[in-house]
Design a protein around this ligand. Structure first.
Ligand code: ANZ
Ligand code: ZN
Length: 864
């Protein structure tokens, strides 16, 4: 009887070995470069199950590719700028730097205790000046190439956090962290010109077959391509405060021009601002709109509001028609021109608005059975074949024809520009926070904006900082911002804004190629490793992080650093880790370890034994307390079991339901695996030491095991390639059972050894500790499993795939048969005669002969 498996000693032993020898170090002159990367974490100090899942997936891929002979770059780092460090500083008085570094240390220990195979020599910490100082150089390159610029713009202002929020950080009008109503403010901000690459960001998606369609669709929608027409309406006798003579609009539906009944401007439109000067109602309206969240999702939902202005415009195709001008809360300033013409009969928003102000609703589509349109209501959808009416020279044309003609006509009149525009906005990167990368510019009263010269970089964050006042502590620092102007030497001030933390994560995958390089990017190393072959991360980054990283790559190419545009060749987005929720009768959430399951399946609270309501399984979150702390699981079951559970049962893209029984199942398997393999090794030792004089002859069981072995290698390899780790595990379990039942009976040491070896190799990428330990026993301490190449299989042991055979009686089709490709005539005959239609057709007849064409037909010829 072999000793029970002691995971604690084994795991510690191998983790120490990996740390001491660093077999995962990869040089910058590899023969077979391969880059596996997982999205690096924010070092909160605590590991959650989401981390465990994503890093287990990445590690399994990295180990598998290494076994296939690749020189795998598999680095890890810390996305360590950001608000929580600052909040910790505010609430506990620790310096953000210290807090961050301690968290990193804790998390690194967690990572090591999971046996992840990182090249720690390449570790990156984005809040260290060795990283962000290089980032400042990249920014200066962008500035020089015109890809970074400053503009005054409306921003979402979180009055609690005292910072600007990105649109995506505003949820239901409230700050994503603070939960406080967001205000709008106008500030001078730094922007990166993401919009300069809208076309490429969209077009390249078609050339990323390794990305999930769902992510591509999300990016596509975010970039939002629209082809339409810019056209102008002449203003009729505008008040003197308004300097414009025309109002330009953007429309994708110029064919509806004769259905127009009003013009609407964004409350942020310059003309609106002129009007506000002399009109307090308009001014109040504008102010009210500025309180609202202008994210598009929100605008869809909010009630349409507007105000009439004294302005009138003339219809561009019929001077006898005048249209009133309104301000409307649903028109965005930063899309198109910030002005629209409204066609209430064919656009739902316009319809809602028209009802509000009793505006005419003019349909321009013929109703199905008459030549007159349906008046007064929101009518037909604008399908391409519908015909137009009440539209002057467009009458009788279809929508598509009318669009073409009206566009030509407008162009002819010198009043129409066809253009493709994008929703994608430039990326506002300024944040009024301390714990971020300082933006390397200086403001001089004489010279205006002066980039910090390269030889004065890096601009280092000051260490002693006070968090007592609200607002940006960098701004409040007594000395930091005061500098001499690099250009004229006079007194000047530093920019006190720092970068959005998405800035750091937009290029870290490049920096990993040479994290100590004295330039930001080592072009040779990047050429070697990029694009990342496998990028693993959460779907929550489907838009922003991935889009910004793609933009950065394009921007760096434009600046002459790189010669490729797409950083990530293939992308794996893992699902969430979920757990059911528990609530007591008062509705308070309870942690899973605060409840107990009764025999009848219901739950009670451990404290007080009160009834507990069980909710459906959802994403683990602290707010609902449906979380399981990975460190407890690690403590109790060890790394291999934890890793195995993360990969068993569920494919990576699907949500994983956490269950204690699932973990226990994995734990049992790990132990059974240990028992089975150690016994097989013992048996092998006996066979080898017996040095039997007889040359072993293969027993029937051996033959069968050999076939299964080769089939398993083939199947599991395919499963790894397709990231179907759950099915790979299932096959390995089957092989384990076979080894268990067969190994004691065989007399063939060669086959036995190859069986054990294969089983260890196939599971090594997923459960590296136990397999390494068993391998050491088997190989008697030869080179570790880390360096052993993936097993190969002999195709002659594989069955051909299933084929479909036509079954005929006297040449007439009576049925079909799914059968293994390797079938013999006798097997086909036997199976075909089982089919009931065949039996029926053969009733009272005698088969005279059988015509058999392998993989195609079996035909029974009868003597009638
Ligand atoms: C007249 C019209 C008639 C329109 C009709 C639609 C239907 P996409 O496809 O998203 O590009 N629009 C233009 N600029 C806008 C802005 N800044 N804020 C809000 N809405 C704006 O949408 C283009 C359509 O959205 C444009 O076509 C315009 O309304 C509106 F039956 O013009 B349309
Ligand atoms: Zn100056």
């Amino acid at each position: 009887m072999s000793a029970p498996y002691s995971f604690r000693n084994t795991e510690r032993k191998w983790q120490t070995f990996w740390q001491e020898t660093n077999p995962y170090r990869v040089s910058n002159t590899p023969k077979n470069p391969y880059y596996v990367l997982e999205q690096f974490p924010y070092p909160s100090g605590r590991l959650h199950m989401g981390h465990v899942r994503v890093y287990t997936l990445g590690d399994t891929i990295a180990r598998y590719k290494r076994a296939q002979g690749k020189d795998v770059l598999h680095p890890m780092g810390w996305d360590s700028f950001g608000l929580p460090a600052e909040n910790a500083a505010i609430s506990h008085g620790v310096s953000p730097d210290k807090w961050t570094n301690e968290n990193i240390k804790a998390m690194k220990t967690h990572f090591q205790s999971l046996g992840f195979s990182y090249d720690w020599d390449r570790e990156i910490t984005t809040s260290h000046v060795s990283y962000y100082g290089q980032e400042q150089k990249l920014f200066l390159s962008f500035l020089e190439s015109g890809l970074a610029y400053q503009k005054e713009s409306w921003v979402n202002w979180d009055p609690k956090e005292n910072t600007v929020l990105a649109n995506e950080q505003v949820i239901d009008g409230k700050g994503w962290r603070s939960g406080v109503q967001v205000e709008r403010r106008r500030l001078r901000q730094w922007f990166l010109k993401t919009s300069a690459f809208s076309k490429e960001l969209l077009g390249n998606l078609a050339h990323l077959p390794g990305w999930p369609d769902s992510v591509k669709v999300m990016q596509e929608n975010w970039i939002g391509q629209s082809t339409g027409v810019f056209l102008s309406f002449l203003l009729k006798t505008p008040p003197s405060a308004v300097k414009q003579t025309h109002l330009e609009v953007f429309t994708t539906r110029p064919e509806t021009l004769f259905g127009a009944s009003f013009i609407a401007l964004s409350p942020d439109h310059p003309v609106a601002e002129c009007l506000a000067l002399g009109d307090s109602d308009i001014q109040k309206f504008i102010e009210k709109c500025r309180q609202q969240d202008t994210s598009e999702a929100n605008l869809q939902k909010t009630e349409k509001r507007g105000i009439v202005t004294p302005l009138m415009v003339q219809h561009p195709l019929d001077p006898s028609i005048s249209l009133p001008v309104y301000l409307a809360n649903f028109v965005l300033m930063d899309y198109g021109t910030g002005a629209i013409f409204g066609c209430p009969a064919h656009d739902e928003r316009d319809y809602e608005f028209a009802q509000l102000f009793d505006l005419p609703i003019r349909s321009i589509l013929k109703s199905e059975d008459s030549t007159s349109p349906i008046e007064g209501s929101f009518s037909q959808p604008l399908h391409d074949e519908a015909t137009l009416t009440h539209s002057s020279f467009l009458n009788g044309l279809t929508i598509l024809e009318a669009r073409k003609l009206v566009t030509t006509k407008l162009k002819h009149l010198g009043n129409g520009r066809e253009e493709t525009i994008y929703r994608l906005r430039d990326w506002g990167v300024s944040r009024q926070r301390y714990w971020g990368c300082p933006i390397p510019v200086i403001y001089c009263p004489e010279c205006d904006v002066v980039p910090v010269p390269l030889d004065q970089l890096p601009v280092v964050l000051p260490e002693s900082i006070s968090f007592t006042e609200s607002g940006n502590p960098l701004d409040a620092h007594p000395t930091w911002k005061h500098v001499a102007c690099p250009s004229c030497g006079g007194p000047a001030e530093r920019e006190t804004d720092t970068f959005d933390t998405f800035f750091e994560s937009s290029w870290y995958f490049l920096r990993f190629c040479a994290p100590q390089c004295s330039d930001p990017l080592d072009l040779q190393a990047i050429k070697t490793f990029l694009p990342v072959n496998h990028y693993v991360g959460g779907i929550e980054h489907a838009v922003l992080h991935l889009l910004y990283s793609r933009f950065f790559t394009m921007a760096l190419k434009k600046c002459g650093y790189l010669d490729f545009e797409e950083p990530f060749q293939s992308l794996l987005t893992q699902g969430m880790v979920c757990h059911e929720t528990y609530q007591n009768e008062a509705g308070d959430w309870l942690y899973p370890d605060e409840v107990r399951r009764l025999k009848n399946g219901s739950y009670i609270s451990i404290k007080g034994e009160l009834p507990v309501k069980v909710g459906r399984s959802e994403k683990m979150s602290k707010s609902r307390k449906n979380v399981v702390d990975p460190s407890h699981i690690l403590e109790e079951y060890g790394a291999d079991t934890t890793r195995l559970f993360m990969l068993s049962d569920t494919p990576p893209e699907k949500n994983l339901l956490w269950s204690e029984t699932g973990v226990e199942g994995c734990w049992k398997f790990v132990n059974r695996y240990w028992r089975c393999v150690t016994q097989a090794i013992d048996h092998l030792d006996k066979l080898q030491s017996a040095k039997s004089t007889l040359s072993p002859s293969l027993l029937p069981g051996d033959e069968e095991f050999k076939r299964q072995l080769h089939k398993t290698i083939s199947f599991v390899t395919q499963a790894y390639d397709a990231h179907r780790f759950n099915t790979a595990i299932a096959q390995c379990r089957v092989l384990t059972t076979s080894l268990e039942t067969w190994s004691g009976t065989t007399a063939d040491p060669v086959l036995l050894k190859s069986g054990i070896t294969t089983l260890l190799q196939l599971l090594f990428p997923m459960i590296p500790h136990i397999t390494s330990e068993l391998w050491e026993r088997l190989s008697k301490g030869k080179e570790p499993l880390d360096f052993v190449l993936w097993p190969t299989y002999d195709p002659c042991y594989l069955d051909e795939a299933q084929v479909t055979l036509s079954v005929q009686v006297d040449g007439k089709l009576r049925g079909t048969l799914a059968i293994d490709g390797g079938h013999s005539e006798a097997q086909a005959r036997e199976a075909a005669l089982e089919l009931s239609p065949v039996q029926k057709a053969l009733q009272n007849l005698t088969i005279q002969r059988t015509i058999f064409i392998k993989n195609k037909v079996i035909n029974f010829v009868t003597s009638s």
